[in-house]
Design a protein around this ligand. Structure first.
Ligand code: CP
Length: 315
């Protein structure tokens, strides 16, 4: 049994198989409509979500399975003081696989230590968001026909943005990746990622504060929201929240083949006028989230077509 707590729980080869399977699902949805017949997915969301929870649920429903779960801690026995460990022991009796989002870093890992079903981290605090990363990688590969030899700009809240942390760790494994980290000083990428990932692996990176000065270098621009819920005081949030607003003027400075990604939800950081730009890929990215989660459920349940399952080493 395998859990996905962070994206590096899949090797490079396993990640490629996951993305290949997601592409096959996107191209042949009909083939997968009954493949999870009789299986149940539990979605335990202790933090708000639109895309992740509903795309997980859509993924399971698309494959003929069923769903159960809760969308806030208050509507579960957590409100009465039940621990994550006890909750997951119960859920293991009710479902075949579980996606968990939690405000505390490490909570899905704790769950995985007490579960008898596969656990998927659907975002833990400011830490990791592996299924978003797989979605981002599927989108990058679709747009650029590769995941190597790319200059990736990450812009916004790089301190608290868990999608950024997961994406850097994952892309750092590919040849020829260079990062341009664009943020206010207070919201820079945490030191542990700079030191343990970028510096240790000799990955080229630069840090910048002004998007306009670097946007012309980028193959991918990954915009992020300033994470209001992770700030300790509102004053800082208000000061920093509109640090970056990508608009049509700034898009004029970018290459014709620079694609804009965003994990969403967006607040102000991408003006709606950019939505019609052919380089805006964030809604397609959200759609890809369904295919990636379908593929992941199949692989973790051992239901993927035999060829895929054997190559990924899951039994
Ligand atoms: N991208 C993402 O995690 O969105 P939600 O918070 O809506 O799930």
């Amino acid at each position: 049994m395998k859990h996905i707590i962070e994206p590096l729980d899949f090797s490079l080869e396993e990640t490629q198989r996951l993305l290949d399977l997601a592409d096959d699902i996107a191209a042949n949805r009909q083939k997968y409509t009954k493949i999870c017949d009789g299986k149940k997915l539990a979605t335990l969301f202790y933090e708000p979500s639109t895309r992740t929870r509903l795309s997980f649920e859509a993924a399971m429903l698309n494959m003929g399975g069923s769903i159960l779960g809760f969308s806030s801690a208050e509507s579960s026995s957590t409100a009465k003081g039940e621990s994550v460990a006890d909750t997951i022991r119960m859920i293991s009796c009710y479902a075949d696989i579980c996606a968990m989002r939690h405000p505390k870093e490490g909570a899905p890992y704790v769950a995985s230590c007490h579960a008898s079903i596969p656990i998927i981290n659907a975002g833990d605090g400011g830490h990791q968001h592996p299924t978003q990363t797989f979605t981002d990688m599927m989108t990058i590969r679709a747009k650029k026909q590769r995941i190597h030899n790319l200059t990736i700009g990450l812009c916004g809240d790089l301190k608290f943005g868990r999608t950024v942390h997961s994406l850097i760790k994952s892309l750092a494994r590919y040849e020829g990746i260079r990062f341009v980290l664009i943020s206010p000083y207070e919201l820079r990428v945490p030191n542990y990622i700079i030191e343990e990932v970028l510096q240790q692996q000799n990955i080229p990176y630069t840090q910048a504060e002004r998007l306009e000065e670097v946007i012309d270098q980028l193959d991918i621009l990954y915009m992020t929201r300033v994470q209001k819920e992770r700030f300790f005081n509102e004053e800082d949030y208000i000061r920093l929240k509109d640090s970056y607003i990508l608009d049509a003027e700034k898009m004029k400075l970018a290459r014709d083949d620079m694609y804009v990604l965003h994990p969403l939800p967006r607040v102000n950081e991408i003006a709606t006028e950019v939505d019609n730009d052919p380089r805006a890929a964030y809604f397609e990215q959200a759609q890809n989230g369904v295919y990636v989660r379908m593929a992941l459920i199949l692989l973790l349940l051992g239901l993927a077509p035999d060829e895929q399952r054997k190559e990924i080493g899951i039994c």
